[in-house]
Design a protein around this ligand. Structure first.
Ligand SMILES: O=P(O)(O)OC[C@H]1O[C@](O)(CO)[C@@H](O)[C@@H]1O
Length: 555
């Protein structure tokens, strides 16, 4: 087999896809009419997820060419290298092993660089579960002896978005009387509002930071510590302050010495490893707040869900491999049909933070302009992911998806079983939600012709405005219910979709250098806002003028 190319545009498959695109007239109506087996043939299951790809703008030939592209760019080899612990994060010289976080007990040990990864993962999980168990049972008390009522996770990016998204999604599995809240923003409003009605005596903070060096998180952690001491009336004496912190602060980090510097006893710290990227870490100790909320048993189910999809992606041939196919479809839309964005539309209120979670996963991973071989890319990469729960989006932005000039591929996600089976008179409200889900993908695919509009008696001059062109691509993802396992499956699905796109594009999906410059400049600019004249004068004229305006208007 030829060496896979780091430049996908130089492959024969890319050239063939361009020619195929030029010859193809998307026609979902015609394709479905001519091919009664299309829905069946293009529907694939992965674990408990039922995925209908048939309303995408592809034919069998398109999929075959996309599979050729995957082969010629070495996607599967790279996937196996990831699972084996090779250092595929080249710019940070790290393995990428989030899949090891969810390996069940009893497999052949995974040893990487002499480290028994499975044993390390299980040992750390055991610590998290023991802690979660104590908080849930009331055995863990605050410094005044009261049981913990609220856990506040302080973190940002991957140390926040995963835990908060999953906490919201799995509301049905939470323990009553125990609430989690999440603080991320360095805007002091976030912490102030979050703790405003809390009792310090019954509040426990989890400071979650992979590096334990993130400005937002450490600032918020210090503010929270002061709030605790003030609220408890802790005397200034070191011993008493340490005792309060020991009962009200735990940490999650890969940098345990920095945890100790902050004053958190490392006995109260849960670790993970540099081979877990922040945006891939919700299933590590970063998910401690979730483990407290749903308990170890449900957390294990969550991990088992991830693993089921890992096994699928690792062992299923390309023809039926859902994450690989969905990743290739995204490449098709971005590089051959000109899509700039991708919508994810959960028809489940509990998944309301899922699109925000996916934004970090996909955009921090694939928003890159340089390949792993150091060369500039020669094609577009990461699209903008966005979305809102249905049906709210229908009354906001769906107009553009239905009739606008831009192609917006969309993933629709729904569950057969409601978590609140409410009825309105004789109407099952969940059925109404689902009928909207089915209606939207149907309308987007098949549209409405001018003749159909006319047949409704529409005045001729309004007909064009009421025509729906159709051929707006969607993927429908369904599951029986939103359980911890299904949530794990959904997250792993999108992790591997993201992987596939990055592998085709030849980019390192596991670094995030693009967030560094802003962080450095913020630290440089901060003194200019608090009286350092030299720092102020060294700014460019626009930034200096904005700072001057800020200083003049700050009340
Ligand atoms: O967990 P940490 O080290 O505080 O980092 C938080 C987030 O900051 C980033 O490094 C950059 O935004 C993310 O990748 C990460 O999830």
């Amino acid at each position: 087999m030829a060496t896979p190319s780091h430049d996908p545009t130089s492959t024969a498959a890319w050239t063939a896809l361009l020619a195929h695109r030029d010859a193809l007239t998307p026609d979902l109506r015609g394709w479905f009419d001519a091919d009664p087996g299309r829905a069946d043939r293009f529907t694939v299951d992965v674990a408990d997820l039922h995925v209908d790809l048939s309303k995408n703008l592809v034919t069998d030939e398109t999929l075959e060419l996309l599979r050729d592209l995957a082969e010629q760019t070495g996607v599967v080899d790279r996937l196996q290298a990831m699972f084996a612990g090779e250092r595929i994060n080249v710019t940070e010289d790290r393995a990428v092993l989030h899949t090891a976080l969810r390996r069940p007990a009893g497999l052949d040990p995974l040893v990487v660089d002499g480290q028994d990864v499975d044993a390390d993962v299980r040992a750390e999980l055991a610590k998290v579960y023991a802690f979660a168990g104590k908080v849930r049972s009331g055995e863990w008390t605050g410094v005044t002896g009261q049981r913990i009522a609220t856990v506040v996770n302080i973190g940002i990016g991957g140390s926040d978005l995963g835990p908060v998204m999953a906490y919201e999604a799995l509301a049905a599995s939470r323990q009553e009387g125990l609430t989690c809240r999440f603080v991320s923003n360095i805007d002091p409003t976030d912490l102030a509002e979050t703790v405003a009605d809390l009792d310090p005596a019954t509040t426990l903070f989890i400071v979650a930071s992979k590096t334990f060096g993130t400005l937002e998180t450490l600032t918020n952690a210090r503010l929270a510590r002061q709030w605790l001491w003030d609220g408890l009336g802790t005397p200034e004496a070191d011993d008493e302050r340490r005792a309060a912190v020991a009962k009200h602060f735990v940490a999650v980090s890969t940098a345990l010495e920095k945890v100790a510097d902050f004053g958190i006893d490392t006995d109260n710290a849960f670790g993970f490893w540099d081979w877990v990227g922040g945006r891939y870490s919700v299933d590590s100790a970063i998910g401690t707040s979730l483990a407290v909320a749903i308990g170890p048993e449900r957390f294990e189910e969550f991990l088992a869900g991830f693993h089921a999809v890992d096994e699928h992606v690792r062992t299923t041939p390309l023809e039926r491999n859902v994450p690989l196919l969905m990743g290739l479809l995204n490449v098709w839309y971005v590089n051959f049909l000109g899509a700039h964005t991708h919508a994810v539309l959960p028809y489940s209120q509990y998944l309301h933070r899922f699109p925000a979670y996916l934004q970090q996963l996909t955009m921090e991973s694939n928003g890159k302009g340089v390949r792993w071989d150091g060369e500039a890319v020669t094609c577009d990469t990461g699209e903008v992911f966005w979305g809102e729960p249905g049906t709210n989006g229908q009354h906001a932005f769906y107009q553009l998806i239905h009739q606008g000039t831009r192609l917006v591929p969309a993933d629709f996600v729904a569950f057969a079983t409601p978590q609140h089976a409410l009825v309105d008179g004789d109407t099952d409200v969940h059925a109404l939600l689902l009928s909207n889900f089915f209606a939207q993908t149907k309308a987007l695919a098949f549209g409405k012709t001018a003749d159909e509009v006319r047949a409704e008696g529409t005045a001729e001059d309004v007909v064009p405005a009421r025509v729906f062109t159709g051929n707006r691509p969607t993927t429908s993802i369904m599951a029986a219910a939103l359980t911890p396992s299904v949530l794990g499956q959904l997250i792993a699905l999108y992790e591997h979709i993201t992987f596939t796109q990055g592998a085709v594009w030849g980019i390192d999906s596991f670094d995030q250098w693009g967030v560094e410059l802003g962080k450095q400049l913020a630290l440089q600019i901060a003194p200019a806002l608090t009286g350092d004249e030299e720092a102020l004068q060294s700014q460019d004229s626009s930034t200096k003028a904005l700072i001057d305006w800020y200083l003049a208007h700050r009340a």
